[in-house]
Write a protein that binds this ligand. Structure first.
Ligand code: GDP
Ligand code: MN
Length: 391
């Protein structure tokens, strides 16, 4: 799960990390009030979206008057911002961060990531921040500083100091930077983050070190025990289909193909997608409806799959172990009637009460193609897709 920059800054500030003065706004009016409240004569208005590289895309605006703040807010709010990280569809701007603009002397990079191979949190730092880290790492890989955190003891102050000195900071700024690195580490650990990326960490002309921009991501599986983080979720920044699926406890991932998949069990879903490819098709999605799929859940699954306009045919593949084929069949029949199925449908049922399940499908009078084996099901859905394409 990702959160906005302003939210990450508020969280980090709670761990003693220095951040610029500012706050979130939802309108141009509020932006002007906020700028007044901050004071000074230079502000920066920043589009809040779940992606970086906003600067180059026009999502970061430096302003020298209240009128400019108002204008920047008017220009940005309600727009869709396309950056190098959003994909061509871009992300909607509904919130802005208004901050004091800082006179920047240096931009640095500091990040905390989970190194899954080492099974450790690793702190990384680079003397050149501001641009994308992949780019930096490619250009000057040797300048990347690394400290591996031992989980038994946590990050030690000497490790943060080594990074700060390694960045070439003068003694006066080392302490502030150490505070930032240690605070970011505590936030990472205490909030179940998977990434904290400060890019850039800046040194101002007055010699202060602050977090100018930060991205934080969290472990979805830990959010049940971090309600204060979980509530920061912004559905407007997420794929609406994936968000709706999550609401119903379904596991949905949109893909490029045109064959919709409704399957119980992640393993069976993977195998089914392979079989579809083997038969010459391309899956439009991964969707695991889980064990006790009620008719309501099956209906939600159909709606999700059909909300993808690329879908030309659907394959339902259910192996009923805990479930019962007759229930699943009832769910399918009910759902197909509800959504008024616009594309051909292939259903393969196996397991408990399979005979009864097949009878329900047949007697429904609906144009449902059935299949006995996985291979047969894949072939039939690809054939149905081909027919739908030709028509
Ligand atoms: P990103 O492009 O989405 O990563 O957004 P950032 O918040 O990192 O901003 C991009 C760039 O805008 C920074 O690297 C800075 O060079 C510039 N910038 C952002 N805020 C300020 C500010 O307060 N003062 C100055 N001088 N530059 C800023
Ligand atoms: Mn940045």
């Amino acid at each position: 799960m990702d959160i906005h920059e302003y939210q990450a800054k508020e969280l980090l500030a709670g761990f003693g990390v220095p951040v610029p003065r500012g706050g979130v706004v939802y309108s141009a009016e509020q932006a002007v009030y906020r700028a007044r409240e901050i004071g000074g004569d230079r502000w920066v208005v920043k589009a809040q979206i779940h992606a970086g590289a906003r600067g180059k895309a026009g999502g970061i605006r430096l302003c020298a008057s209240e009128a400019e703040v108002r204008q920047a807010a008017q220009d940005l709010l309600g727009k869709t911002l396309v950056t190098a990280q959003t994909g061509p569809e871009g992300l909607p701007i509904h919130r802005l961060l208004v901050e004091e603009a800082l006179p920047i002397e240096r931009e640095l990079y500091v990040g905390l990531v989970l190194d899954r191979r080492r099974e450790r949190i690793v702190a990384v730092a680079h003397p050149h921040g501001g641009i994308e880290i992949e780019e930096i790492a490619q250009r000057e890989p040797d300048a990347m500083l690394r400290e591996v955190v031992e989980p038994a003891v946590g990050m030690q102050p000497f490790q943060a100091r080594e990074l700060a000195f390694g960045l070439g900071l003068p003694a006066a700024q080392v302490n502030q930077t150490v505070t930032t690195i240690l605070g970011a580490y505590r936030a990472f650990r205490d909030l179940d983050a998977t990434m904290v990326e400060v890019n850039p960490l800046v040194v101002t002309k007055e010699g202060h070190s602050l977090v100018l921009d930060v991205k934080m991501s969290f472990d979805d599986n830990a959010m049940f025990r971090r309600p204060n983080v979980a509530e920061l979720r912004d559905h407007a920044q997420e794929d609406p289909r994936e968000a709706e699926a999550a609401e119903h406890g379904l596991n949905y991932v949109g893909l490029e193909g045109d064959i919709g998949c409704i399957i119980n069990g992640a393993g069976l879903a993977m195998a089914t997608m392979d079989m579809i490819k083997h038969a010459g098709g391309e899956p439009a999605n991964f969707l695991d409806i889980g064990g006790g799929a009620s008719p309501e859940r099956v209906a939600v699954a159909f709606r999700l799959v059909l909300s993808d306009k690329k879908v030309k045919a659907i394959l339902v593949n259910v192996f009923a172990g805990i479930n019962r084929c007759d229930w699943v069949a009832q769910g399918v029949v009910q759902a197909v009637r509800e959504v008024q199925m616009p594309v051909p449908l292939v259903v393969r049922l196996a397991g408990t009460n399979v005979e009864e399940g097949r009878r329900i499908l047949q007697e429904s009078g609906l144009p449902i193609v059935t299949a006995d084996t996985l291979a047969e099901a894949a072939e039939r859905v690809v054939a149905a897709r081909n027919q739908a394409r030709a028509a």
